[in-house]
Design a protein around this ligand. Structure first.
Ligand SMILES: [Zn+2]
Length: 277
């Protein structure tokens, strides 16, 4: 398994994005709209019902950041809080402990989404290549978990017009990137875009720096005020320090979830997409 490779891979990509002018942290303070989606400014978002919050766990894969992955999944299972699990299908097949936790999570209403096929940058592939990647992701996740996955979380937040066509042709219905690059909306082609609106940590000088619980709940509140929902994205490695679980980070995660739970209810991206008109 290329855990080590991935550990370096992700920060590198994030750094590249930062270097190219995409501000990843402080999503809600950012006014930048790079306009990667042609319909970015045309969306009219209407969410029905009380505000909901989605916890999106990205980069889930065999053996990687194992303690943090399992801690997050167990935490949500124990507290019966549904979550959105963005799995890298090509790298998820033999870690039986992880597979069991994901299957159990599905039983309490969590969802599995496709984080690409092999964590590739979809925007660099042709339409045919994207269709192949999404088709493979879908059938692998159906075989593993017996579910029809309809949510795509594009790796490195990257997608293009061909991605939307490939989604349409392979039966995906929801696309979740990040608010700096995508507006929440129901597109004319029927695909719902539901970007992450809050990032759990800032990525500074090649390291994840956790935000305070107070800052995070403020971001969640602002997101709800502005968009009618919040999608909080976390990578398991954000709860680790020097390759070990950071117990302080785990406590903070628990405090944050309790604060969110006192005000809002939790849901998944596919459920939330149904309330968007
Ligand atoms: Zn990723």
């Amino acid at each position: 398994m290329n855990t080590t490779k991935f550990q370096f891979f992700l920060p590198f990509l994030l750094l590249s994005l930062v270097a190219s002018g995409v501000v990843l942290s402080g999503v809600l303070q950012s006014e930048s709209k790079p306009g990667s989606d042609p319909d970015f400014d045309n969306g009219t978002l209407k969410i029905q019902g009380p505000p909901k919050v989605v916890i999106r766990i990205d980069d889930v894969q065999d053996y990687a950041f194992k303690d943090a992955q399992l801690m997050l999944l167990r935490y949500h299972l124990k507290n019966e809080i549904s979550t959105s699990i963005a799995v890298i299908p090509e790298l998820t097949k033999s870690d039986t402990e992880l597979l069991t936790q994901i299957s159990d999570s599905l039983r309490i209403g969590s969802e599995v989404s496709a984080h690409g096929w092999s964590h590739e940058d979809l925007s660099k592939l042709s339409l045919l290549e994207q269709e192949k990647a999404l088709g493979e992701a879908k059938s692998a996740l159906r075989q593993l978990f017996g579910v029809n996955v309809t949510v795509l979380v594009p790796p490195m937040f990257g997608y293009n017009v061909e991605t939307l066509m490939a989604m349409h042709n392979t039966g995906f219905k929801v696309l979740s990137s990040v608010i700096d690059l995508q507006a929440p909306m129901r597109r004319p082609d029927g695909i719902v875009t539901l970007p992450a609106t809050v990032e759990y940590s800032d990525f500074v000088d090649g390291k994840w720096v956790s935000k305070s619980v107070q800052a995070l709940i403020k971001d969640v509140d602002l997101s709800v005020e502005r968009y009618g929902y919040a999608v909080l994205v976390i990578h398991p490695q954000e709860l680790m320090r020097d390759n070990r679980m950071d117990s302080g980070a785990v406590q903070d995660y628990d405090s944050l979830i309790e604060l969110i739970q006192a005000k809002y209810s939790f849901t998944t991206l596919s459920e939330l997409s149904k309330s968007i008109r």
